[in-house]
Design a protein around this ligand. Structure first.
Ligand code: UN1
Length: 520
C-alpha cells in the first residue's frame, strides 16, 4: 500500500468505538444471545474503506455453527410467540432506548466500517430507533378485519399469527438500519430473526447484536430470539436460503443475488421479501423550483457516495432548463469535500472497496464508448493511500445506452434531456428496475400524472423531494427487477405473519355455503 498521506479520524477513534460496542481485534461470527462462537477456522478480515487498514479478524460461522444457531432459534420461537404482542413491543421499546444510548458510537462505527459520512451514519441509527418506535405501536395494533358471513349466526374474521424464524440477509450499504427494519417488525410479530450480514460490514452486525443481547438478557428472555451468523454466502447463505425451517427470507442486495435467493426460496415454496437494484431518476420540469431540485439531485446522487439503493442515477431534464441546471449542479460538485467520513467537513467518503472503484471506472469507460460525455469527475483519488475514493461524476448520455440501463453502485449520475412530459415519463420507466423515483414540478397536472397509473412504475414516487432518504413510516421497496418486496412501514408487517381466516358458527345449526344441500 502507498504511504499514507493523512491520518484518518477513524484510526484515532477506533479504540473508543470498539470499547463502547464490545468489539475486539479478534472476534467470532456466531451468536444467539450468549457467548460468541465459531469453529470454521476460516477467518474474515474487515477493513476500513477510508485507509485500507485492517479493523478486525472474525472467525466465520461453519455449517455446524449454523445448525447450533438454528436449533436455538427454533426453540426460542416457541417461547417468544407465546408472549403477548404488546409485551414483545415492550422489549423492542427497550431496544430503541439502548440504541438511543449508543447512537453516537454505532453511527461512528457505520462510518468507520462502511464509509458513509458522520451525519449519514447517525441518520442510519436514527432509522433503527424510528422503526423500533413504529414497531412498539404496531405491537398493539396488529389486526385483521371482521368480515360478513353469508350464513346466519356466523362470524368471519382474520387473525395474524407469528410465522417462525425469519432470515435477514443485509447489504453493506445500510449495515444496521435494514436489519432493524426487518427484525423490529419480526419481533413484534412474534418471530425470531437470524441475520446474515454482508461480509463487508461484520462489525456493525456484531455491535448491534451486543446491544440487543443486553436488553434480552436484562429481561430474562431465552437465547435465540436474535441470532447472527457471519459467514460465507456459499456456506451460511446457502444453508439459510435452503432451510425449510425458515418460512421467510428478507434479502437486500443486487438483482443477481435476489434472482438466486428468490429462485431457491420459491422452489421450496418459502416466502421472500426482495429489495434489489434501483435505477432511480428525477424528472426536472421547466415548471420546477430549480433550487429545490438542485438540492435533492445533489443529495440523491452524491450522498452516501452513490451507494444507496435509492441513490439518484438519472436526471431527466426539460430541455429549456437543462443547461442552467447542469451548470449549477457541476458548480455544486466542484465544492464536494471528499475525505475521511468521520471528519465533520467531509461531504463524501470512500466507496466500500477497490472492487467498487473498479465498477465505477468500468461504468465510465462504457459510458464513453456508448456515446456519453463526462461533464464532471471520472477520477480515482487516494487521500489516505487506499484507492477507494472517487470523484462524483456527471455524464451526459442517452437513456437507452446499455450502461444507463444497469445499476452501478457508485456516484455516477447520467443526465439527459426531454421535450414533452410524456417523453420524460417514457424515458423514466424505460429501465429494468423500479425502486424510487421523483418529479420536480409546480404543475399539478405533471405531478398528478407522475403519481398516477400512467406515471412512474416505481415502488416509491415522490413529488418535489428526491429519490433517496425515505422515511420508515412508508412501505419501502420496488417493482420489476427491484424484486417486489416491501419492508419497513405501513402494512409491510403482514409478510412477517401467518394469516388465518376464521369462520365461527355461534348459532348451532349447520349451514353450508353457496346454498349447497347435503343431507342423508
Ligand atoms: C438501501 O439503500 O438499501 O431511502 C436503503 C433511503 C434509506 C434506505 C435505503 N432510508 O435512502
Amino acid at each position: 500500500m502507498a504511504a499514507k498521506k493523512k491520518q484518518s479520524k477513524g484510526t484515532n477513534e477506533k479504540n473508543r468505538i470498539f470499547r463502547a460496542l464490545g468489539l475486539k481485534a479478534r472476534l467470532k461470527g456466531a451468536n444467539c444471545g450468549g457467548e460468541w462462537f465459531a469453529g470454521s477456522g476460516d477467518h474474515l478480515e474487515t477493513f476500513s474503506p477510508t485507509t485500507g487498514e485492517s479493523l478486525a479478524r472474525i472467525e466465520q460461522a461453519s455449517a455446524a455453527d449454523y445448525a447450533k444457531v438454528m436449533k436455538q432459534a427454533k426453540k426460542a420461537f416457541i417461547a417468544w410467540r407465546a408472549l403477548p404482542a404488546p409485551k414483545r413491543g415492550e422489549i423492542v421499546r427497550q431496544v430503541g432506548l439502548a440504541l438511543r444510548e449508543k447512537k453516537d458510537m454505532l453511527g461512528a462505527l457505520v462510518s468507520l466500517e462502511m464509509g458513509k459520512i458522520r451525519t449519514e451514519g447517525l441518520g442510519e441509527v436514527q432509522e433503527m430507533i424510528d422503526i423500533c418506535d413504529f414497531a412498539v405501536g404496531l405491537s398493539r395494533t396488529l389486526s385483521g378485519p371482521t368480515l360478513q358471513s353469508e350464513r346466519p349466526k356466523h362470524r368471519m374474521m382474520e387473525q395474524w399469527h407469528p410465522l417462525g424464524v425469519v432470515g435477514v440477509i443485509s447489504a453493506f450499504n445500510f449495515p444496521v438500519a435494514v436489519w432493524a427494519w426487518n427484525t423490529a417488525l419480526a419481533w413484534v410479530c412474534g418471530d425470531v430473526a437470524l441475520w446474515k450480514p454482508s461480509s463487508k460490514t461484520p462489525l456493525c452486525a456484531i455491535a448491534c447484536q451486543n446491544i440487543v443481547n443486553e436488553v434480552f438478557r436484562a429481561n430474562g428472555l431465552p437465547e435465540g430470539i436474535s441470532c447472527v451468523t457471519i459467514g460465507r454466502g456459499s456456506t451460511v447463505g446457502e444453508l439459510l436460503i435452503n432451510d425449510h425451517d425458515i418460512p421467510l427470507i428478507s434479502a437486500t442486495g443486487s438483482t443477481r443475488m435476489g434472482q438466486r435467493i428468490g429462485g431457491v426460496v420459491g422452489a421450496r415454496l418459502g416466502r421472500s421479501i426482495l429489495e434489489l437494484g434501483g435505477n432511480n431518476a428525477i424528472i426536472i420540469s421547466d415548471k420546477a423550483d430549480l433550487t429545490g431540485a438542485l438540492a435533492s439531485a445533489f443529495f440523491g446522487a452524491v450522498g452516501t457516495a452513490g451507494q444507496r439503493c435509492t441513490s439518484t442515477r438519472r436526471l431527466i431534464i426539460q430541455e429549456k432548463v437543462y443547461d442552467t441546471f447542469v451548470k449549477k449542479l457541476i458548480a455544486n460538485y466542484k465544492r464536494v469535500q471528499i475525505g475521511d467520513p468521520l471528519d465533520p467537513g467531509t461531504l463524501m467518503g470512500p466507496l466500500i472497496d477497490e472492487g467498487a472503484v473498479a465498477d465505477y471506472e468500468k461504468a465510465i469507460a462504457a459510458a464513453k464508448k456508448q456515446g456519453g460525455k463526462v461533464l464532471y469527475g471520472g477520477k480515482v483519488l487516494k487521500p489516505f493511500g487506499a484507492a477507494t475514493f472517487v470523484q462524483p461524476t456527471i455524464i451526459a448520455i442517452e437513456n437507452k445506452a446499455e450502461i444507463v440501463q444497469n445499476e452501478t453502485f457508485a456516484p455516477v449520475l447520467y443526465v439527459m434531456k426531454y421535450k414533452t412530459f410524456d417523453q420524460a415519463l417514457k424515458m423514466h420507466n424505460d429501465v429494468p428496475q423500479g425502486l424510487s423515483s421523483a418529479v420536480y414540478t409546480d404543475s399539478m397536472a405533471e405531478s398528478e400524472a407522475f403519481t398516477s397509473y400512467l406515471g412512474s412504475d416505481c415502488g416509491l414516487a415522490n413529488v418535489n423531494i428526491g429519490t433517496s432518504g425515505a422515511e420508515i413510516g412508508g412501505a419501502f421497496g420496488g417493482e420489476k427487477e427491484t424484486g417486489g418486496g416491501r419492508e419497513s412501514g405501513s402494512d409491510s408487517w403482514k409478510a412477517y405473519m401467518r394469516r388465518q381466516t376464521n369462520t365461527i358458527n355461534w348459532g348451532g345449526e349447520v349451514h353450508l355455503a353457496q346454498g349447497v344441500e347435503f343431507k342423508a
